[in-house]
Write a protein that binds this ligand. Structure first.
Ligand SMILES: Cc1ncc(COP(=O)(O)O)c(C=O)c1O
Length: 397
């Protein structure tokens, strides 16, 4: 009998849509609004702090929980921006990006056969990591704004129906990629009550915590009394400091949860790049003006791309946070988002991501009428994308 050459847990995961569309973008010389990383660099002072740390000999393994200086900076930052008191010695673990943190949390809290509830469209590593730990995903779709909802919303009955006696974790992502939804305090409090009823822990992915657009305000779930004891906060410096290649992330959790998460982390990566930890501590201590300017800069980019997409005839959902715009493509006569995005990259010269890949099989059709555009790009790049959309995008048929 022949045996498959690879394990079942990876059999579902081929080349990601990001690799496919980046390759297509390169082939067609397209402006790449697909991948969600900035095409500009992080603050000079932070880059200099990393170079200094390397020169000063901060080059051996960090301790597994993370350099104390960085854990203290994470705690100070949490108190400064989110009103969450954090003990750097018992509540923080530094990880290699939020990506590792998410896997560590699921490894620590979820057994094979358990269930994890999360919203669609989802960040793709949630789906893979739920599979890796042998659990089953229960997806709950976010619905687009409509006549009765000013923002993306979900059906409370649908959310409750996803919970059961096997549910261990609810994954929340606020601000949300790719809808830009920022969960409100009221929503979070009600979610907290539901999680208490089913004794479920919350994994709150907040990597876009500083990219929100007033009047929307990021509320850290763990700062709410109803959620404080059961919430594990995951974030990283990638988006906040435009340093996605550094992969410095962290988990903040109540001490008993932090202890078990650290048991997973110590055997996943053990520790994260030491000199970058030193520099990330400096980044988190930047003055308020840095964080205000980041949000203001992204607001201007959002307006620029929203305006261009509207002018090109797309219906846009205005994001309250993150650096993505979902646009309704149904008026253009393509069978689905994949066909639209392939046409866009090869004929129009603009790469976007087909969001149906961020849904499970049951709700995939909900993503097929949209395309995701990233606006974490310089003005010249956004303007060139808009110029191409205006001159080359026309409805089919
Ligand atoms: C929602 C979400 N979570 C996590 C990550 C990964 O973060 P990191 O680069 O810190 O691993 C991303 C990156 O795009 C993201 O969009």
């Amino acid at each position: 009998m022949s045996r498959p050459v690879f394990a079942a847990r990876v059999s579902r995961f081929g080349t990601t849509v990001f690799s496919e569309f980046s390759a297509l973008a390169a082939k067609h010389g397209a402006v790449n609004l697909g991948q969600g990383f900035p095409d500009f660099d992080g603050p000079e002072a932070v880059k200099e702090a990393a170079a200094r740390a390397i020169r000063d000999g901060v080059n051996q393994y960090a301790i597994t929980s993370g350099a104390r200086e960085l854990r203290v900076a994470i705690a100070e930052h949490s108190a400064r921006f989110h009103g969450q008191p954090v003990d750097p010695d018992t509540m923080v673990t530094v990880t290699s990006g939020a990506t590792e943190a998410i896997l560590d949390v699921l490894l620590a809290l979820v057994d094979p056969g358990d269930e994890v509830v999360a919203f669609e469209p989802f960040y793709d590593s949630y789906d893979a990591n739920i599979t890796f730990v042998g659990a089953t995903a229960r997806w709950v779709p976010l619905r687009p704004p409509d006549a009765t909802h000013a923002q993306w919303w979900f059906d409370w009955d649908e959310l409750r129906a996803a919970f059961g006696h096997r549910t261990r974790v609810l994954i929340l992502n606020t601000p949300h990629n790719p809808t830009g939804k920022v969960f409100t305090r009221e929503e979070l409090e009600r979610i907290g009550a539901l999680c208490a009823e089913f004794d479920v822990k919350v994994l709150s992915d907040e990597v876009y915590e500083h990219i929100t657009f007033a009047p929307a305000r990021h509320v850290r779930p763990a700062s709410l009394p109803a959620l404080a004891d059961r919430t594990v906060t995951v974030s990283s410096g990638g988006k906040t400091f435009s340093l996605t290649g550094w992969k410095v992330g962290w988990v903040i959790a109540p001490p008993p949860l932090r202890d078990v998460i650290q048991r997973a982390h110590q055997f996943v990566t053990f520790a994260t790049a030491s000199p970058l930890q030193a520099a990330m501590a400096a980044a988190l201590r930047l003055p308020d003006a840095y964080f205000d300017e980041l949000a203001a800069t992204y607001r201007a980019k959002r307006e620029r791309l929203l305006g261009g997409l509207r002018e090109a005839g797309l219906t846009v959902y205005v994001p309250e946070g993150s650096y993505f715009i979902l646009a309704d493509i149904r008026g253009f006569g393509f069978p689905d988002d994949m066909a639209f995005c392939r046409h866009l990259v090869s004929e129009v010269g603009v790469a976007a991501i087909p969001p149906s890949v961020f849904y499970g099989p049951e709700h995939r059709h909900l993503g097929q009428g949209m395309a995701r555009f990233a606006f974490c790009k310089t003005e010249a790049v956004l303007d060139e994308a808009v110029r191409r959309l205006l001159s080359r995008l026309t409805p089919r048929g």
